[in-house]
Design a protein around this ligand. Structure first.
Ligand SMILES: Nc1nc2c(ncn2[C@@H]2O[C@H](COP(=O)(O)OP(=O)(O)OP(=O)(O)O)[C@@H](O)[C@H]2O)c(=O)[nH]1
Length: 300
């Protein structure tokens, strides 16, 4: 049998800090979380109130989570970021950077000082959180160019389409495809073709604005989404891009065969039911640009 003294030692040895918090946000007790590599010592907080130690917005968030667990009587799980500077009374010793926590919050079946209480176990998940950010970045990014990939562009366009239906703010699209990349690959090698694709990506980054979204849509095909932009500005950007590409890639010409861009341009229309219709229109315009002899901009 475990006796009371052993029980106290076990509670102190809990790897993650476990807080007993009252409905009104009082730190009733704190156990465990002794390893200073992962946690700050919270023993100074006992007897004090969340609202007195943490800024109102965050304090309210904590109180809401406590209330949720008390009302549901089920295990509640929430992730949050907190640094020692966010909580008055925490010692400096402990992690310097803000910590990402997973809070596991369970209402207890008894009251303390006539108040409902919860057990709040706070686990340091900073490493996992960083990994999740990295994975998200990787899943949104094209490996060769570092631009967004098609998946991310489609997410963005969906949002722009929703914004358009609500506030009528227009989004325009440029879809473009390199002309004669095959000739570079065949004559100068695949690595040179890769260089060309990367150069075009970097040129695009120099002409777009902060809110524009550029993606590598496929092999040598790119899309730039331009939120809050009408056709005249879109066409200006297309012309700049066309001129820049022609000049920058002249070194890859094979005889008379130059690497240029064919561009299809379009803007959102009242008749569109989804962002896919915009992409289809831009694709049609691009197809026409290729058919009419490449190195040109077609608007549909
Ligand atoms: N080096 C390299 N080449 C690629 C990559 N992705 C696609 N390509 C090449 O890009 C070419 C795309 O085909 P096309 O669009 O028909 O070739 P193109 O010479 O640009 O033809 P036009 O568009 O008609 O001018 C193919 O030769 C692909 O092998 C890549 O990541 N690296």
């Amino acid at each position: 049998m475990i006796n009371i003294e052993q029980m106290a030692i076990i509670l102190d040895a809990l790897p993650d800090p476990a807080f007993i918090l009252s409905r009104s946000g009082k730190y009733v007790a704190i156990f465990g979380g002794q390893d200073k590599r992962y946690y700050h010592d919270g023993s100074n907080l006992v007897g004090r109130y969340i609202a007195d130690l943490i800024k109102p917005e965050k304090a309210n968030w904590f109180l809401t989570q406590i209330e949720k667990a008390i009302v549901s009587q089920k295990l509640e799980i929430a992730e949050y970021e907190l640094s020692s500077r966010d909580v008055k009374g925490l010692p400096d010793e402990g992690p310097e950077a803000p910590i990402w926590f997973e809070g596991r919050i369970q209402a207890l079946s008894f009251e303390i000082d006539n108040e409902a209480v919860v057990l709040w176990v706070a686990s340091n998940i900073s490493e996992r959180h960083q990994l999740e950010i990295k994975l998200r970045e990787l899943s949104d990014t094209d490996q060769l160019t570092g631009l967004f990939n098609r998946r991310k562009l489609e997410q963005e366009l969906k949002q722009h389409f929703d914004t358009y239906t609500r506030y009528a703010t227009p989004t325009s699209l440029l879809m473009f495809d390199l002309d004669n990349l095959k000739s570079v690959n065949d004559n100068l090698g695949h690595a040179a073709g890769d260089e060309v694709i990367k150069m075009v990506a970097n040129l695009c980054l120099t002409v777009i604005r902060k809110n524009d979204c550029i993606c590598r849509f496929g092999g040598d095909e790119f899309i730039i989404a331009l939120p809050n932009t009408l056709l005249p500005d879109t066409l200006q950007l297309a012309q700049r891009l066309q001129t820049l590409v022609r000049a920058a890639l002249s070194q890859y010409a094979i005889g008379d065969t130059q690497v240029t861009v064919s561009i299809g341009a379009t803007t959102i229309s009242k008749a569109d039911h989804s962002y896919e219709e915009m992409i289809k229109r831009a694709d049609l315009a691009l197809y026409q640009a290729k058919n009419e002899g490449k190195d040109r901009i077609i608007v549909i």
